[in-house]
Design a protein around this ligand. Structure first.
Ligand code: AMP
Ligand code: GLY
Length: 423
């Protein structure tokens, strides 16, 4: 079958890499893709990525299956339009995407169905938010309701910081996404990302990861899209997995189903684990980036079979098999990220680096210019490796990074410290 992947990040490169191994694949396409993806797929650099233009591409290239990576397309209803055109698509529809596009919707759903999460209130009026804040303790978490590219969450360590965050959001820092804010209790604990796949009726776990969101080592500096990750996350035991599914995921999916809004696709469950109990921090309606880059190298089952079983509501029959090994990725970023950084910087020797069959370089912000690899974003390359020990994997990744000839990059050397130092 002909498959089209939508997106241009490391997540989409790893999805293309996994699809490429499928015996069911004829031709692979990607809109818009990046320099790495263009080694695996025909990249279609659509300038105007409207739903209508994507449908035109699907018809021109006789696409049988579309896999959507980033949330923005899902929230904009690309799945709905593809379904209306009778094109198979992996990814939830617009209505179900509200789990990520409105934090207040998800918090209210948790409250209605007793799903464990941080205590919260929602506000659309600054004065009421201030009044509420006066009575709370710090740290406290202020969140813009809508999508904000991972930047809409402020953990305020003092009251002035909290008031400032509320003021900035209501003054339009995140545009329409900040019309409503959620103020919630700060949860102490260990974070983990749990992944699942739902076909609308059934849900199956899709392993775990831990993402390192802060830009600097020792978890300092502002939040980013993710500076590195490892999988699996040992904190999620079988017992905890059962609790996550029964106390959080099933009540959520049942609530959506009651609204005739069955969820179809990857579900990313962001959790805080406290005293072996899971608390929901957020849902994402897609795979994580860079979590996907550590999860897919561990997957043994044909990913295209998983996509098709999901679309056909046949996940009950699907057995997902994983390698016993562990994996890690370190993200090589442009200096300045997540603030200002320069683009179009040359990475000269990527093709000459020797790495083993257990190592992968997934591209994110890269493009081809006159056959050269140039940077095109903040997160540029995901250096990934699979092995038996997190400590050895990290050493191997850093060795590879040191061989890359790119003077404008930086990375965190402490990805996985929690699982490496805990002996
Ligand atoms: P989110 O975009 O909702 O995942 O939030 C980004 C990050 O902020 C999370 O990964 C957590 O590290 C942190 N965070 C969000 N909500 C809370 C909370 N209630 N308590 C503690 N940390 C939080
Ligand atoms: N790595 C965090 C995310 O994909 O949202």
């Amino acid at each position: 079958m002909n498959i089209l992947v939508i997106g241009s990040g490391g997540r989409e490169h790893s999805i293309c890499w996994a699809i490429k191994k499928s015996p069911q694949l004829d031709k692979l396409y990607c809109i818009p893709g990046n320099a790495g993806i263009s080694d695996l797929a025909t990249c279609i650099p659509e300038k105007d990525l409207t739903n209508e233009n994507i449908i035109k591409v699907c018809k021109e290239f006789k696409i049988d299956l579309v896999v959507i990576g980033p949330e923005a397309y899902l929230v904009n209803g690309l799945s709905d339009i593809l379904i209306a055109e009778n094109i198979r698509v992996f990814g939830p529809n617009k209505d179900a995407s509200i789990l990520e596009s409105s934090k207040s919707f998800t918090k209210n759903l948790c409250s209605k169905y007793g799903i464990p999460t941080a205590k919260y209130e929602t506000f659309s009026n600054k004065n009421y938010a201030y009044e509420y804040l006066e009575k709370q303790n710090v740290p406290i978490v202020i969140k813009a309701d809508g999508l904000a590219s991972g930047k809409g969450v402020i953990i305020a360590n003092s009251k002035p910081e909290a008031f400032k965050a509320v003021d900035e959001i209501f003054s339009g820092k995140f545009g329409e996404s900040g019309k409503i804010i959620v103020i919630e209790e700060y949860l102490e604990g260990t974070e983990a990302s749990f992944f699942a796949i739902s076909d609308g009726n059934n849900v199956i776990p899709f392993t775990t990861a831990e993402d390192y969101k802060r830009v600097f080592e020792k978890n300092k500096g502002p939040n980013t899209g993710g500076m590195g990750a490892y999988s699996p996350a040992p904190i999620v035991s079988k017992e905890l997995e059962k609790k996550i599914i029964s106390k959080i995921i099933i009540p959520t999916l049942n609530a959506l189903k009651r609204k005739k809004n069955a969820y179809n696709g990857f579900l990313y469950v962001g959790l805080m684990i406290k005293n072996n109990e899971p608390f929901l921090i957020e849902y994402n309606i897609r795979m994580g980036d860079p979590e996907c880059q550590v999860i897919l190298p561990r997957l043994k089952t044909d990913i295209v079979k998983i996509f098709i079983d999901t679309i056909k509501n046949k996940l009950t029959n699907t057995k997902i098999k994983w390698k016993k090994q562990k994996s890690m990725t370190i993200v090589l970023c442009s200096k300045g990220y997540p603030g200002k950084y320069k683009k179009n910087s040359r990475i000269s020797n990527l093709n000459q680096i020797n790495y083993s069959k257990n190592d992968y370089i997934y591209h994110a912000g890269t493009k081809l210019f006159n056959q050269e690899i140039r940077t095109n974003g903040g997160r540029v390359l995901n250096i990934t490796s699979v092995g038996d020990s997190f400590s050895k994997i990290r050493k191997k990744i850093i060795k590879i990074i040191k061989k890359i000839n790119w003077k404008d990059g930086f990375y965190r050397k402490d990805i996985g410290w929690k699982v490496i130092n805990k002996k």
